[in-house]
Design a protein around this ligand. Structure first.
Ligand code: PLP
Length: 497
């Protein structure tokens, strides 16, 4: 199977090349030239298998230039016993009122990003061996909090790689910041920027596509790649868990093979929900894809009106991993829905970067209306939802709460009774202050992050994952903070060039 660029259909690369490069030279994103179809029988055959075995079979459909041995090595390493705190890797919990919560945060950093970022280093180093032999891969990451830590953890001390993470200084939770600034590893660096996530993401994209910077790295035997969800190697592992969740619903008797499930996803960069779209297109019986946003509701408006307009206030919310006004992966969806017309995508993305705004054509609007529903929830609604579901027996984090709330409103508006999977994207202890406030109504003004952790434990009886609890008292290793104009110099510093 070959991959092309959303902005230039003449591009044709293998999956290994797409993963090694991260982003196409024209600024477009790599997409598969065809979406592989799976049959009802194929799904049946996956049901009795473990997550690792399911993943191997599904990934083989997309990564056709990886050998079976390579995929076996990659997948078995990524999801090895002990790395995830559930034998199922991403287990489904059923709430008292019949919601299927897909817990995607059982990995080493307690956020759903681990599902892909435990696998990506294996996929990427295997790809590099096939395509760029002896180059050092330099991973640059812009993070709204969770990607950074998950990428650092995935790439730490992986031979032949270096990784540098930029995060918005005031845009991540104290726990997220501490997770990143205390990161171990010889090949890692972390830097705050004065700006928000979009500034960090735009800065990283600009560095990636700067020919001079690329030439300088090339001279030194290095090349950039991306661990953000613009990299196909980030997206493809996410398709696996939607198919696997469908299999789990069959296995536990919630649905019969062939029945549709809805999927609800708390959305930021549009990677997670796009993976659910690919699963649907492959043949997983899926009803609506429901996109949940926080107060930064640019996607809600877009999916409902067809007008994408980032010219609006940016809010710092209690669900910071969704504080995003430019959702990069939307470009992939639009490419598929616009009959793979790269000129159309160039036009819309050109308008987005020039005016911060574009309107899609009626044909694509109609397809979106068929596939998607969308809603948003502010911090107040998020807190009320955490409390409501805690009282019903399920404690969720702020991002998951946004999804739960949007789904409840969807059901109220439509009466849709289909079984529904809600993506749960972080452990509640990553956002202790907001979750504690929601559960207790208030928190002592002087309580620090770890006092809040203790109070949350006291209030809920839920255990704090060890990898968060043991951050207490650790001294940060990385304390740099730069302006967005200086990001490229920080990169040079880190690489010593
Ligand atoms: C990254 C993240 C999201 C948003 O996911 P996208 O794939 O960027 O849409 C939601 N919740 C949490 C906790 C995250 O870390």
């Amino acid at each position: 199977m070959l991959y092309t660029s959303t902005r230039d259909k003449n591009v044709k690369v293998s999956s290994a090349e797409a993963i090694a490069q991260g982003i196409s030279k024209d600024g477009g994103l790599f997409v598969p030239t065809e979406i592989p179809a799976i049959s009802k029988e194929f799904i049946d055959s996956l049901v009795p298998l473990s997550y690792i075995e399911r993943a191997k079979k599904i990934l083989a459909l997309y990564l056709t230039d990886y050998t079976a041995e390579e995929l076996d090595m990659c997948v078995s390493g990524a999801y090895a016993e002990g790395k995830f705190s559930s034998e199922k890797v991403s287990p489904i919990k059923r709430t008292a009122d019949g919601k299927n919560i897909l817990e995607l945060w059982r990995g080493p950093t307690c956020a759903f990003k681990d599902m892909a970022l435990q696998l990506l280093p294996y996929l990427l180093t295997t790809a590099a061996k096939k395509t760029v032999a002896d180059k050092t891969i330099v991973i640059l990451v812009a993070t709204s909090g969770d990607t950074g830590k998950a990428a650092l953890e995935g790439f730490k001390d992986v031979p032949g790689t270096k990784i540098m993470v930029f995060y918005p200084n005031d845009g991540v939770s104290p726990m997220q910041k501490l997770q990143m600034t205390t990161q171990a590893g010889e090949n890692v660096a972390v830097c705050a920027i004065n700006g928000n996530f979009d500034d960090a993401q735009n800065g990283v994209k600009a560095i990636f596509t700067d020919k001079q910077v690329a030439a300088k790295l090339d001279e030194k035997g290095m090349m950039f790649s991306s661990a953000n969800s613009i990299n196909w190697g980030r997206l493809v592992p996410q398709i696996v868990y939607y198919i696997s969740a469908y299999c789990d619903l069959i296995e536990n008797g919630t649905i019969k093979n062939g029945e549709e499930m809805n999927v609800v996803v708390p959305t930021g960069n549009f990677g997670n929900i796009l993976a659910a779209y690919y699963a649907k297109k492959m043949g997983v019986p899926t009803g609506k894809l429901i996109c949940a946003s926080n107060a930064n509701n640019v996607l809600t408006d877009f999916l409902k009106t067809g007008v994408y307009d980032r010219n609006r206030s940016f809010y710092t919310t209690t669900s910071p991993s969704m504080d995003i006004l430019i959702s990069s992966n939307l470009e992939r969806l639009l490419f598929h829905l616009a009959d793979e017309n790269d000129a159309t995508i160039r036009e819309w993305m050109g308008q987005l970067s020039k005016d911060g705004k574009y309107e899609i054509c009626d044909g694509v609007k109609a397809k979106i209306a068929e596939l998607f529903d969308a809603g948003c929830c502010d911090d107040e609604g998020t807190a009320a939802t955490i409390k409501e579901y805690f009282d019903k027996g399920y404690l969720c984090d702020t991002h998951t709460a946004v999804a739960v709330k949007v789904y409840d409103e969807y059901v109220e508006a439509t009466g849709d009774k289909r079984e529904t999977v809600i993506a749960s994207t972080a452990n509640p202890y990553k956002f202790s202050a907001a979750v504690l406030k929601a559960v207790k109504g208030e928190i002592p003004a002087d309580a620090d992050e770890f006092e809040q952790v203790d109070l949350l434990k006291e209030a809920t009886g839920e255990e704090c994952p060890a990898q968060l609890a043991t951050l207490k008292g650790k001294t940060p290793r990385f304390t740099d903070c730069c302006n967005k104009e200086d990001m490229v110099n920080m990169v040079y510093n880190m690489l010593g060039i």
